[in-house]
Design a protein around this ligand. Structure first.
Ligand code: F0G
Length: 354
């Protein structure tokens, strides 16, 4: 058909749904895959870089892919409420899909360390927002305990339906490109998404739809890089608040994705993240959030190390929309030029710009 029906309907045979499953959807998925021609040129990089802009999903992040299935299955099982811990995007998505489903959402977030737009989303969709004096890892511990004691469905990525839904992004990349990229790069926080992509690629491969598999490249922020370090990080810190996580729930499956694909999980500094964030926006017209830029920052880093061969295709997932986190813009730009409402003043400035 011409109209996109959302990831469950579009890839139905890959999902554990039946005619009895009430599909809760905001028509997520089908996000742009954009060739980064300007960025390649600017950096003089001999690679074919594609940006999978999952910030173009209904709530502005890839979480919608998992949330459509998690909420559909929660409603199917008779659940009246969902709960999650979140650095922001999961809570925004859970709140939106719960309101669509007509059930309650409770979200537990770290105080102060969540981008303002994400908090606004959770609030406007009517979620019960609990800010804890603690980080994501502590929030996750608490919500796990809550669901042991109350009939509430957990919609963090330890809910297998989240991973199931998120694997659809790998399907889309193959369908949109018409071939399999040599590498797939993405930011790593709680490590659900790298797990999901790898599952998706493997399912397409096992069905005979694709004939090769990409190498998975995951990038953590240097101040929150437990998988790279090989041990949990007690106090994770990074400007990329979305991936400010010290003890990822899907740690083991992320390492499996890395090792089975012969890929790599590495760290990028906040400086590298912010530089890629600015570059993507200024060269390609794509505004992603800081955490998303870790994928591109990582590819730039590995390119400089001589990791790739000339001309190879690399897909970078941009996981969330930049509008969620306007504050960071004012850390990396000079802001607006203040000027009197007067033509002669404006004219002086215009002449300097041209
Ligand atoms: N990028 C963004 C924008 C995110 O919000 C997240 C995770 C990630 C990357 C990392 O994905 O956790 O699957 O490895 N955000 C979660 C949240 C933790 O609560 O919104 P991951």
């Amino acid at each position: 058909g011409i109209l996109w029906k959302g990831i469950i309907e579009e890839y139905r045979e890959f999902f554990p749904v039946t005619d009895m499953t009430p599909i809760v959807s905001l028509l997520e998925g089908n996000t742009p895959l954009i060739k980064a021609i300007n960025l390649q040129k600017k950096l003089n990089i001999a690679l074919d870089i594609y940006l999978k802009f999952d910030g173009a999903n209904p709530t502005g992040s890839f979480k919608d892919r998992g949330m459509t299935l998690a909420l559909s299955k929660a409603v199917e099982s008779g659940s009246r409420a969902v709960i999650c811990a979140s650095t922001g995007n999961t809570s925004a998505s859970a709140a939106a899909y719960a309101s669509r489903a007509g059930i309650k959402a409770i979200v537990v977030i770290p105080e102060g360390k969540i981008a303002f737009g994400k908090l606004a989303q959770a609030l406007i969709h009517g979620a019960h927002v609990l800010q804890i004096e603690g980080n994501f890892d502590e929030a996750l511990r608490i919500v796990k305990k809550v669901v042991e004691n109350y009939p509430i469905t957990l919609v963090n990525s330890i809910n297998p339906f989240r991973i199931e839904g998120q694997k659809s992004a790998a399907f889309e990349v193959c369908d949109q490109l018409g071939f399999v990229p040599k590498y797939h790069a993405l930011p790593v926080g709680n490590a659900g998404n790298i797990t999901a992509y790898w599952k998706g690629y493997k399912e397409y491969y096992n069905e005979g739809i694709i004939q090769s598999l990409p190498k998975m490249l995951g990038f953590q922020a240097a101040g929150a890089a437990p998988i790279v370090l090989g041990h949990p990080v007690e106090r994770p810190e990074t400007v990329a608040t979305a991936i400010r996580i010290g003890n990822p729930a899907s740690w083991k499956t992320a390492v499996e994705a890395r090792d089975e694909s012969n890929g790599r999980i590495d760290a990028v500094t906040d400086e590298e993240i912010l530089s890629a964030y600015k570059l993507i926006a200024s060269t390609e017209g794509i505004f992603c959030e800081p955490a998303s830029a870790a994928s591109v920052a990582g590819v730039i880093k590995l390119y400089k190390e001589g990791y790739f061969e000339k001309g190879e295709a690399v897909v970078c997932t941009l996981t969330g929309h930049g509008l969620k986190d306007p504050d960071t813009v004012f850390r990396v730009t000079d802001g607006a030029i203040k000027v009197k409402a007067d033509f002669s003043e404006i004219r002086t400035i215009i002449e300097k710009i041209l």
